[in-house]
Ligand binder design. Structure first.
Ligand code: NAI
Length: 339
């Protein structure tokens, strides 16, 4: 029998936490043959609710679930984990300045970086045998990931990513709805940059599988105006639209996207398909190194690599630079909060 993988979920008593833990326990994240032990972390005010989540996990009698640790101690939570899904964060409340939210969150990620660095499984720290994923979901996701990376220097930078797969999936969904095709037939959209409203959803390389072969989205959608304006803003503003409708932010779609992110990273992307992941920039596409920026990536044997050589037109260039600029500003704001 395979040995269990220990999966950390922080903020596990929250909305996304509640949606993602049953997915992980059912094998959606790591496959139907991979047993898991869940390490759930939240903070003291949520301790009772967290215990309730643990009770429900026991009651669900998931065959793959070999254990649950529910704790408010970051050290106990990080102990020996192979995969870390960082959902815990401080939400923006009415009247709060951006800087206040930033300050709360980067302090959390700085502290948790140390706990992970000291206590995660060796493979998480040296990148063996899997690339031992760390996925940051909590906002500001790119900048939290950057802080985590910088304050956990012994964890390889390749192991630390942030979630933009939800935006990627939203873009697939919009194309599928607009062309009335199956979402599984649409691929290779790209989310560039920040998980924020400056992100650039790019369809210039996206295709649809049709009965007469693979066709570029640009060829199938005759309305350029829609692709260049409304499509982009719909994807950028989708999070706000969900909050308006549900009075709560996206949770099931975020949890599902997080499972897609880790699954593709660990098990590999299908041949000819790329996905979007927030990763540490190596300077590809002229994006300043030292930012966590969303790129198109393919994954194989637990390692991601940025898709190279895509043609970038002027329209795209400007949008890719705008979102990079915002990340530079966030980075300096984050550091000014920590000092
Ligand atoms: P939520 O407020 O329901 O849950 C957050 C949980 O984190 C709470 O239970 C809270 O007690 C806990 N928490 C706070 N500080 C913590 C700490 N220091 N350690 C451990 N846990 C802590 O929020 P929800 O809806 O689950 O969203 C979580 C985060 O994910 C938010 O920051 C949200 O903005 C972000 N998000 C990101 C998306 C993405 O695509 N990257 C998509 C949707 C949400």
């Amino acid at each position: 029998a395979r040995s269990s993988l220990k999966v950390l979920v922080t903020g596990a008593a929250g909305q996304i936490g509640y949606a993602i833990v049953p997915m992980i326990a059912r094998g959606v994240m790591l496959g139907p043959d991979q047993p898991v032990i869940l390490h759930l972390l939240d903070i003291e005010p949520a301790a009772e609710a967290l215990n309730g989540v643990k009770m429900e996990l026991i009651d669900a009698a998931f065959p793959l679930l070999k254990g649950v640790i529910a704790t408010t101690d970051p050290i106990e939570a990080c102990m020996g984990v192979n995969i870390a899904v960082m959902v815990g964060g401080f939400p923006r409340k009415e009247g709060m300045e951006r800087k206040d939210v930033m300050s709360k969150n980067v302090s959390i990620y700085k502290a948790q970086a140390s706990a992970l660095e000291k206590h995660a499984a060796e493979d998480c720290k040296v990148g063996k045998p899997l690339n031992s994923p760390v996925l940051v979901i909590a906002n500001p996701a790119n900048t939290n990931a950057l802080i985590l990376k910088e304050f956990a220097p012994s964890i390889p930078e390749k192991n630390i990513t942030c979630l933009t797969r939800l935006d990627h999936n939203r873009a697939l969904g919009q194309i599928s709805e607009s062309l009335d095709v199956q979402v599984s037939d649409v691929k290779n959209v790209i989310i560039w940059g920040n998980h924020s409203s400056t992100q650039y959803p790019d369809v210039n390389h996206a295709t649809v599988q049709t009965s007469s072969g693979e066709k570029p989205v640009r060829e199938l959608v005759s309305d350029d105006k829609w692709l260049n304006a409304e499509f982009i803003t719909t994807v950028q503003q989708r999070g706000a639209a969900i909050i308006k409708a549900r009075k709560l932010s996206s949770a099931l779609s975020a949890a599902s996207a997080a499972c897609d992110h880790i699954r593709d990273w660990v098990l590999g992307t299908p041949e000819g398909t790329w996905v979007s992941m927030g990763v540490y920039s190596d300077g590809s596409y002229g994006i300043q190194p030292g930012l966590v920026y969303s790129f198109p990536v393919t994954c194989k044997k637990g390692k991601w690599s940025i898709v190279q050589g895509l043609k970038i037109d002027e329209f795209s260039r400007a949008k890719m630079d705008t979102t990079a600029k915002e990340l530079v500003e966030e980075k300096s704001l984050a550091y000014s909060c920590l000092n």
